[in-house]
Design a protein around this ligand. Sequence first.
Ligand SMILES: Nc1nc2c(ncn2[C@@H]2O[C@H](COP(=O)(O)OP(=O)(O)OP(=O)(O)O)[C@@H](O)[C@H]2O)c(=O)[nH]1
Length: 347
Amino acid sequence: MAAIRAKKVKKGLNFSIMIVGASGLGKSTFVNTLCDGVVFPKKDYPSSDKLTFEKTVVITPVNVELDLDGVKLSLSVVDTPGFGDNINNEACFNQIIAYIDKQFDDVLGEESRIKRNPKFIDNRVHACLYFIPPTGHALRELDIEFMRKLGPKVNIIPVIAKADTLSPQELIDFKKRVVEDLSYYKIPTYSFPYDEEEDDEETIEENQHLRSLIPFSIIGADETITEGNRRIRCRQYQWGRVEVDNPLHCDFDTLRHALLISHLNDLKEITNDVLYENYRTEKLSHIKDDDLDDGASGHGMDEVMLQKGLLRREEERLRQELALRQQQLKNLEARLSASQTNIAGQD
Ligand SMILES: Nc1nc2c(ncn2[C@@H]2O[C@H](COP(=O)(O)OP(=O)(O)OP(=O)(O)O)[C@@H](O)[C@H]2O)c(=O)[nH]1
């Protein structure tokens, strides 16, 4: 299975990830580290008195072209700054969910067109990284509520932000509590699925390992140093440094590999075959109900389109038949008038 995924990646692909979490949790730094460049410039943070007003969530997709060992990947990063700052987060939830729905609607609309738009861009979100604050306690009500709302629409991958602020033991305990909460509150997240009967041992082991890391611990780099031939992306402290790409320090590198290489196609397939399909079914069944409520005879968008096409064809057929009959009538009238002239001549 892993080999098939790697083959598909070689063709050059597009992929869309959404980054969600409270302000200041290191989302922009993470994206810059993921892309190994400055996608989002470092911000000047306002003083605490300026943070009291309510911010609006601005949904801003940014496209980045990545070269992963010769493989071109067009990555769309959907950042959602400021989520979780407001006392009432309902508006933020709605905006983020509306963004995901809009991408599904665009694909649904495109599928229903008789003539396809060759320039159509599919912007459906394939993975949503949900940044959990490193509180060391458990999931907050806000995290639970939001992930439960998002889960049916997008592959959620929970991550612990700024994992370097927790000691190794605190991190182990926090991960355990988050996993318990995810299960207790039945929060649908991406599960690194595998098939015990069909997949090979290596694939099963890889997925089991990835599952065991959920929620992934993340550290964002704020500088890069060179030691000999080694390029080290890290954060430096008085007591030492944490290395972002070192699996002993955090799960960043493993997550990056899963997201952009090994599980990219699986995330896209689940988005298309499961999440979009569920959305489409629900949406079309609502259209059907609305049609029935209105007394209309259509059965969902596809059926309405079909009925329209059939009606148009019937109209065309009747038009042609009318033209034929009119011609036949004209011929008959001409023959009648000719025979009347003959009769008059004979008289
Ligand atoms: N300790 C630690 N600090 C981090 C980490 N990642 C980012 N930071 C710091 O946290 C601060 C905020 O980082 P940003 O990346 O701007 O956070 P953000 O989530 O994008 O913030 P908003 O765009 O306001 O939502 C910066 O000073 C970063 O240097 C990390 O992994 N560990």
